[in-house]
Design a protein. Structure first.
Length: 47
């Protein structure tokens, strides 16, 4: 069994991290805590 590969990405605008966890055997992945773009003026969010 191989260990998962974890990569993190820092978003300076929100001061948060998003993680991508990849299974090296199957190449399947999961995205953990994705950053949503927030328009503070309207309160709208997007990806």
């Amino acid at each position: 069994m191989t260990s998962p590969h974890v990569t993190h990405f820092f978003d300076a605008a929100t001061d948060t991290l998003t993680y991508v966890v990849t299974d090296p055997t199957t190449s399947e992945c999961a995205i953990i805590d994705p950053v949503l773009n927030l328009d503070y003026a309207s309160g709208a969010i997007g990806t």
